[in-house]
Design a protein around this ligand. Sequence first.
Ligand code: ADP
Ligand code: F6P
Length: 323
Amino acid sequence: MGKMETIAVLTSGGDAPGMNACIRSVVRTALTKGLKVKGIRRGYAGLLKEEIIDMDGHSVSDIIDRGGTILYTARCLEFKQPEIQQKAADILKKHGIDGLVVIGGDGSFAGARQLANLGINTIGLPGTIDLDIACTDYTIGFDTAVNTAMQCVDKIRDTSTSHERVSIIEVMGRSAGYIALWCGIANGAEDVLLPETYDHNEQKLIDHINVLRAQGKKHHIVINAEGIGDSANMAKRIEAATGIETRSTILGHIQRGGCPTAIDRYYASIFGAKAVDLLLEGKSKRVVGYKNGEFVDYDINEALAMTKTIDQYEVDLAKWLVR
Ligand code: ADP
Ligand code: F6P
């Protein structure tokens, strides 16, 4: 490998609060260690259009407390094509970019793997509110998103209690139930429906609502994961079956924005610095993670092959705490 002189950073896939803190850390760590840094706007789509800008220490000023990503992000389906990946690798080489930091999810890492195979040193950093990356216990944005969702559920709970309603609250997570499970426990929800465990036995849910109502419960909060969806129809069916007024709320993209928590700023900053250090050590095709209390890195193939399941004890706990 030649000497590492210039690196670039991009964000790809869904944005997540803390991505800016991560970009800032990549840029300033790299500058501190004598590298030049470029930012690539709009993920792989922007790379293909050569949307490449020089970054200096001030280009990342005043962003640590901002959600979203100053580099913008995009999904770029054509990046799955080998000839398009070759074009991207050629563009990176043309711009003198020796190393690339990709902040995103598994899809973005698959793209980074292809670029690594074409001779670009790449490091992936887990950035997604979904927490659905198997090689890490932490992903940039999850903490902020789950706190936002929790606060929204608290607010809905006030009105749900006042009207003595059932409230179905749908939270994001794509096909993973982490935001839902965390809200289930942190909000003290009466029911949590997770894609990983839900048996689609709606009668059981209806019976549970009726039992708790008979015991005097004034509200019934159901956290429904996006991977199950159908919240509006579910609310109609539950109201018809129980006779209790039922409303549904889909929290949606509100969960993706906002001021990142201390955890998201802190861990994202460490991820960014670790990526630069790995590139300086001559490493490529790695994903940084936080596993069992330590910052670690894995080969991208190994990382993408890992699987993660929701913790059954925590799923059970969400039920035990309901009275
Ligand atoms: P995430 O990175 O959050 O998982 P996506 O799955 O949408 O989000 O992937 C982000 C981008 O990564 C895609 O739009 C595409 O440009 C790229 N990508 C996804 N899968 C692949 C793949 N198999 N090969 C190459 N690039 C991919
Ligand atoms: O991956 C993050 C995420 O917010 C998922 O929770 C959700 O399924 C998806 O992205 C929504 O994507 P879009 O912003 O394209 O609607």
